[in-house]
Design a protein around this ligand. Structure first.
Ligand code: CO
Ligand code: CO
Ligand code: CO
Length: 328
């Protein structure tokens, strides 16, 4: 489904209200958060999708890192995970599923979490993902509604996975491009989340299917402010620029661009292909973090020191025109 589809479908259903529900579905945040005690809240999230790489083990890793990421984006720590599997029993060998689950389990363990169960159904199309449960202190919950005017915006991973995956499907992508894309998608957001909690931030979301612009727009709407993105500062995976210029852009990316269109103010010098990259539907993307301008350089330094060398300050939060993005 495209951006906003599920939101539109759910719009008629009444919102949950409960004093312990800290984050529900009204702000399009990454996960739900429910307060158990004054010092403890539960984070719950679910993500699954069809393969984006041919190697089943790597697909399992990517799906797990992507699902765990929503807990990190809320400032939390994952505790347990459950597999969700749709598997075509007739057309695929069981060994494929075994490799997928092995890849997933490796990333669950890398996150310090436990696999506690799951469910599988027979389906014509293979899909895999996880439901993840985590915890966070109620005062340390990070949402996409927390950004404030004057904040700077940091993106922790480069973008362009959707474009490279499309080039790969079209048999255009180089081996190097494929490797670069995989390296981004299997990298956990754990370190980014730890550093974010250490330095302190105001708001956060992870960049996935709605692309950088779609998720940034959700932040602008939820935080009731204007985001300014400096396009030259946005980290981009090598080769994505080249493939975007060739028009190798997935349908989801076009949908994102159209969805964001009305809320964007774009500098005339920005080429169309760059807007495609900024809208590109990501799988297992990085964190977009809003924090006070004076702390942003320190966060960036710590991210670089801990190996997230592509992390970059990509923009800022301004007053006025809430729910809009300026791209310069
Ligand atoms: Co998310
Ligand atoms: Co998600
Ligand atoms: Co969040």
């Amino acid at each position: 489904m495209g951006p906003g589809d599920l939101k539109e479908i759910l719009a008629d259903l009444p919102l949950e209200t409960d004093p312990n529900l800290l984050v529900g579905r009204e702000t399009s945040d990454d996960a739900g958060v429910y307060k158990l005690r004054e010092d403890l809240a539960l984070i719950q999230t679910l993500d699954f999708f069809t393969p984006i790489v041919n190697d089943p083990y790597i697909f399992g890793q990517i799906a797990a890192v992507n699902a765990l990421s929503d807990v990190y984006a809320m400032g939390g720590r994952p505790l347990t995970a459950m597999n969700i599997v749709c598997f075509p029993k007739k057309s695929l060998d069981k060994s494929v599923l075994k490799e997928i689950l092995k890849g997933g389990l490796e990333k669950i363990h890398e996150a310090g979490a436990l696999l506690v169960g799951g469910h599988s159904v027979d389906d014509v199309e293979l899909k895999y993902g996880l439901s993840v449960t985590g915890i966070v202190h109620p005062d340390k919950v990070m949402t996409n509604a927390g950004a404030r005017p004057g904040d700077h915006l940091i993106l922790t991973k480069p973008i362009g996975t959707g474009i490279i995956a499309t080039a790969l499907k079209g048999k255009v992508a180089s081996k190097e491009a494929e490797q670069a894309m995989i390296a981004v998608m299997v990298e956990s957001n754990r370190v980014a989340a730890e550093v974010m909690q250490e330095i302190g931030a105001h708001g956060c979301t992870d960049i996935t299917g709605f692309g950088l612009l779609g998720h940034a727009l959700e932040m602008a709407v939820a935080s009731k402010c204007r985001l300014v993105i400096t396009s030259s500062q946005v980290p981009i995976i090598p080769f994505a620029r080249e493939y975007a210029q060739m028009g190798l852009v997935p349908g989801g990316t076009h949908a994102n661009r159209n969805y964001c269109h009305r809320s964007l103010e774009v500098d005339g010098a920005i080429p169309a292909y760059l807007l495609d990259i900024l809208s590109d539907a990501q799988t297992s993307g990085g964190l977009l973090i809003a924090l006070s301008a004076d702390r942003a350089p320190l966060l960036l330094e710590k991210l670089h020191a801990r190996g997230l060398s592509d992390a970059s300050i990509i923009g800022e939060i301004l007053d006025g025109s809430p729910g809009t993005i300026t791209i310069r």
